[in-house]
Design a protein around this ligand. Structure first.
Ligand code: NCD
Length: 318
């Protein structure tokens, strides 16, 4: 595996391998000295053309804890703002001999295109409304920690599906792992043509959150992505919160064992209430913690797995 561009590229075995390696990586977080020699001498560029808090910092921490040299670049502050094309910019970075670029870009498909132009490994850290594979992997890791094997588990993804790359990667990841997925959204935030696609993959669609909540093992609330909305997708924020938000009242509909996820950043009071975000069954901060371990595992598998590990003589994860 050289790139991580889409969850569609990973088999069940490959997903489980990444999640299992992440378990040993997670132990590093609780050590005083958070450093493994695994990626010593490797150079990783975090290239973020869109804003990010957790994805960017957790990829950077992951690289540092594996002893790679990590450098952060944004669109602003690079020659992109002087009019240089994306192709010239990434070919310039590639010519310096870096091993990996972790790319977040507002255009769907940008990381896949960059992979055609460069020799280094490319990780998609979120491309437009397309995919966010490392997020889906960390979500699966977090849910597995609480619920065990996800095969047969019922997971609802709720909210702004139209604009969500997290939902697209999660559907691919969760169905590959054998989970039963239900998508809940108002008609205006359900991507066009979903019906046939969902039916083919055995995915249920619903507009009734109250009916779905009592049947889930996990519910993942998705951020209402106002920055990607050009028109009125719902009448008012208040109406959205009442109909599709995980309110304090709705918390009671969840089975006792069920968990709550949100990829962050959260719009408290809109898709998720403060009570739900801070509830005992909320895994929001567990997701953040898992993000570092899962990203360490991704870097390890892409840069130190089989062939390159043999070259560097450092195949061991921990
Ligand atoms: C997500 C993203 O950027 O796609 N956030 C994240 O990476 N944790 C989800 C979002 O922005 O709503």
């Amino acid at each position: 595996m050289k790139h991580l561009l889409s969850m569609a590229d990973l088999s069940r075995e490959e997903i489980l391998e990444i999640l299992d390696t992440a378990v040993s990586m997670h132990e590093v977080q609780h050590r005083d000295v958070k450093k493994l020699p695994t990626l010593r001498g490797r150079t990783i560029i975090n290239f973020f053309f869109e804003d990010s808090t957790r994805t960017r910092s957790s990829f950077e921490i992951a690289g540092k804890w594996l002893s790679a040299d990590t450098i952060n670049l944004t669109g602003k502050g690079t020659s992109v703002s002087k009019g240089e094309s994306l192709r010239d910019t990434v070919k310039t970075i590639d010519a310096m001999g870096v091993d990996m670029m972790i790319v977040r870009h507002m255009a769907s498909g940008a990381p896949a295109q960059i992979a055609q132009w460069t020799k280094c490994s490319i990780v998609n850290a979120g491309d437009g409304m397309h995919e966010h594979p490392s997020q889906a992997l960390l979500d699966a890791y977090t849910m597995r920690q609480r619920l065990g094997d996800l095969e047969g588990k019922h997971i609802a993804l709720v909210g702004d599906l139209t604009h969500s790359r997290v939902f697209r990667s999660n559907v691919l990841c969760l169905t590959t792992l054998g989970a039963k997925v239900t998508l809940v959204a108002p008609a205006t935030l359900m991507p066009a043509g979903m019906g046939a696609w969902a039916q083919a993959d055995g995915i249920e669609l619903s507009h009734d959150l109250d009916a779905v909540l009592p049947t889930v093992d996990a519910v993942m609330m998705l951020r209402v992505q106002r920055e990607r909305m050009s028109g009125g997708f719902f009448p008012t924020a208040r109406e959205y919160a009442v109909t599709y938000g995980l309110t304090k009242d709705r918390l009671r509909l969840l089975p006792d064992h069920a968990v709550i996820c949100h990829p962050g950043p959260m719009n408290r009071g809109l898709e998720i209430s403060g009570d739900a975000a801070d509830a005992a069954q909320s895994l929001v901060l567990d997701q953040v913690s898992a993000g570092v371990a899962v990203r360490m595992s991704i870097l390890y598998h892409l840069l130190a797995g089989e062939t390159s590990g043999a070259q560097s003589g450092e195949g061991s994860a921990a």
